[in-house]
Design a binder for this molecule. Structure first.
Ligand SMILES: Nc1ncnc2c1ncn2[C@@H]1O[C@H](COP(=O)(O)OP(=O)(O)O)[C@@H](O)[C@H]1O
Ligand SMILES: Cc1ncc(C[n+]2csc(CCOP(=O)(O)OP(=O)(O)O)c2C)c(N)n1
Ligand SMILES: [Mg+2]
Length: 292
């Protein structure tokens, strides 16, 4: 029988697609992290990111269009935050069914404007196409990060604490459309706590914690997870679209700075520890676009 995409799974598919592409001279971080990092040689590092949302997959036909626009942009801003950076310029591509009301597009762009006005970033252009049905919004962006503030998924060390912002699970009840990208929290973290590794949580802790640990060449142990009110532990681990920050930090830095975490930020929770590779726990579940 012909092998289908769903027989492969998302991570294996992407790994297969990426074989045989040489890195560019200035490409410091290629596929595999929340953003690509380009080093222009001096000054600030450049961050590149693209992320898409699709009707029926990330939102529904009756989801208010302004919320769709907010989500499309906020997902990309969340990835800039995960690198310790800030957004600069964004390009928005919309492919949409010509039967959609004009008011739907107006609403979409109201949401896009609101998210950029609230969190920063400038609309620099885009592209528009028809789609046989539904809608797809792709947002690509560039941002910047100071060299000393760049945080990759790969910097964790055995013994580092694993920490998460906010509460996890149940985002389908609404948070997946209205979440705050953790740009302020990330800016504080890179200046004060100096995480060793960081990413944003989009596919669920069950998927994303093993990714961070593997990128860092570590195993992981974990215990209690801060669940959203009314959510089970399984939901907190597997629902996805939390858009919280997952990071690792040395116990020494944690002791020195965690006490100054601003009171108006979402809670910080230690959920585990990195350990040597091949040791510790394993996790299964979370979101996979091509789930086997
Ligand atoms: N079709 C693709 N071609 C090239 N790179 C891809 C493709 N899809 C995903 N990637 C890369 O694989 C990594 C994982 O993608 P994804 O899970 O979408 O990341 P994120 O959760 O940060 O949005 C990213 O670094 C991304 O750049
Ligand atoms: C209609 C609908 N069904 C399901 C979900 C849940 N959902 C959709 S995509 C996704 C995971 C995150 O999306 P992805 O495109 O993998 O984000 P990325 O990892 O690229 O940031 C989840 C939990 C949703 N938000 N809306
Ligand atoms: Mg993505």
């Amino acid at each position: 029988m012909k092998k289908r995409l769903r027989d492969l799974g998302e991570d294996a598919l992407i790994a297969r697609l990426l074989r045989g592409f040489p890195g560019g001279e200035n490409l410091r971080v290629g596929p595999g992290d929340d953003c690509a990092v380009v080093d222009p040689g001096r000054g600030l590092l450049r961050l590149l990111k693209t992320d898409a949302i699709v009707e029926g997959v990330h939102f529904l036909p009756d989801t208010p269009a302004a919320k769709v626009g907010w989500k499309a942009v906020a997902r990309v801003l969340s990835d800039f935050a995960a690198m310790g950076g800030v957004p600069e310029h964004l390009l928005v591509t919309v492919a949409v069914d010509p039967a959609k009301p004009v008011a739907w597009m107006d609403g979409l762009y109201r949401g896009i404007r609101k998210c950029l006005a609230t969190h920063g970033g400038v609309l620099a252009g885009g592209e528009t196409s028809r789609l046989p049905s539904g809608a797809m919004i792709s947002v690509a962006g560039e941002g910047r990060v100071e060299r000393k503030h760049l945080i990759l998924r790969s910097g964790g060390k055995p013994g580092d604490l694993v920490v998460v912002t906010g509460r996890l699970g149940g985002s389908i009840r609404g948070k997946h459309l209205t979440f705050t990208p953790r740009l302020n929290e990330a800016a504080w973290l890179v200046r004060n706590l100096r995480p060793s590794a960081m990413m944003d949580l989009s596919d669920g802790l069950a998927k994303d914690l093993p990714r961070l640990a593997e990128a860092s060449g570590c195993g992981f142990e974990f215990g209690e997870v801060p669940a959203t009110r009314g959510c089970t532990r399984a939901q907190a681990l597997g629902d996805g679209e939390d858009y919280e920050l997952l990071f690792t930090v040395s116990p020494r830095r944690w002791i020195a700075a965690a006490g100054q975490w601003p009171k108006d930020f979402p809670q910080l929770s230690i959920i585990g520890r990195l350990c040597p590779p091949g040791q510790g726990a394993s996790l299964a579940g979370g979101w996979d676009h091509f789930s086997p």
